[in-house]
Design a protein around this ligand. Structure first.
Ligand code: GAR
Length: 210
């Protein structure tokens, strides 16, 4: 079977990166991690990738601060790395930088983000705390294609989880994270199998529904 080349972008803990790597290893995700790119040095995600023999590239945001448009300059560098590694699908796996149009246009409908809420509720930072502050009874996670607006692109998959009385941001995050680890590999599998069709904001999954 053809294997999809992934570029995984990370900033921190790397548990979603691990879930992807484990899905590939278990044979449930027909993909290969061609490169892991981080915007932070020595974070657990980069250490995990290094330990598991994955190619890692650290791109220092400070290297572009003298540019007139640092975000674009950074993403142009990033794009070069992704091209060098023949990346077909980009995964934002806990990547905490806003991506610019340079990257979004090059990877239109080929870049996915995982977010810890049921979008369009609670975009941006601290989504789990936002759900608690709002008194939501249900939250969850969303995998979506990346477009210009933050956490706004066409939704691929979602999974709901209950919010329990007495939940803290930590307990809710953990319940959501367990589902993220199922959802993201599943979305990558659907992409790799060529089953995702994007029309406007809607993503249809071939072989599901009417
Ligand atoms: C995950 O909960 C992910 O959904 C979230 O950061 C965490 C990263 O964990 N992403 C965002 O909030 C993006 N807006 P990980 O590094 O262990 O995969």
């Amino acid at each position: 079977m053809r294997v999809t080349q992934l570029g995984v972008l990370v900033s921190g803990r790397g548990s979603n990166l691990r879930a992807i790597a484990e899905g590939i290893e278990a044979g449930t995700v027909p993909a290969r991690i061609a490169v892991v790119v981080g915007n932070k040095h020595n974070v657990p995600a980069m250490e995990y990738a290094g330990r598991h023999g994955l190619k890692t590239v650290f791109l220092d945001p400070k290297s572009v601060t003298s540019s007139t448009d640092p975000r674009r300059a950074y993403d142009r560098k990033l794009l070069r790395v992704l091209n060098e590694h023949r990346v077909e699908l980009v995964i934002l796996a806990g990547y905490m930088r806003i991506v610019s149009s340079a990257l979004i246009e090059a990877y239109a409908s080929r870049m996915m983000n995982i977010h810890p809420s049921l979008l369009p509720s609670f975009p941006g930072l601290d989504a789990q705390q936002q759900a608690l502050d709002h008194g939501a009874k249900i939250s969850g996670c969303t995998v979506h294609f990346v477009t210009e607006g933050v956490d706004e692109g066409p939704i691929i998959l979602q999974q709901a989880v209950p919010v329990h009385e007495g939940d803290t941001a930590e307990t809710l995050s953990e319940r959501i994270l367990n589902e993220e680890h199922q959802l993201l590999p599943q979305a990558i599998r659907l992409f790799a199998e060529g089953r995702l069709r994007v029309t406007g904001r809607t993503v249809r999954i071939d072989g599901e529904g009417a």
